[in-house]
Design a protein around this ligand. Structure first.
Ligand code: SF4
Length: 92
């Protein structure tokens, strides 16, 4: 089974009211965190917008923690989605 096929088996329960990820735009820009989280996220949650800000498509998050490992202190606020929400892994 291919990786995309395995990932397609996962289920997401999206919290429509609250994002579990927040980017401090000033710190993301000044520390280079914005480019690092865009590069490292396997789910393509982060993107650079035309105005230079970092957008967050939090519903696609795998909850892998890679962005936290490369973010400068204070540039990224991340916590697990509220109870019962987020990804529900079917493999691994
Ligand atoms: S936890 Fe992983 S999947 Fe979620 S935003 Fe960070 S790098 Fe992307």
């Amino acid at each position: 089974m291919s990786i995309p096929e395995r990932l397609a088996a996962n289920r997401y329960e999206t919290d429509e009211e609250q994002s579990h990820i927040h980017v401090d735009q000033d710190l993301a820009r000044s520390t280079g965190t914005g480019e690092r989280i865009i590069a490292v996220c396997p789910a393509k949650v982060y993107a650079r917008e035309a105005d230079g800000t970092i957008s967050v498509e939090y519903a696609a998050c795998f909850e892998c923690g890679a962005c936290l490992a490369v973010a400068a202190p204070g540039a990224l606020e991340w916590h697990y989605p509220r109870g019962g929400m987020g990804i529900q892994l079917r493999e691994g």
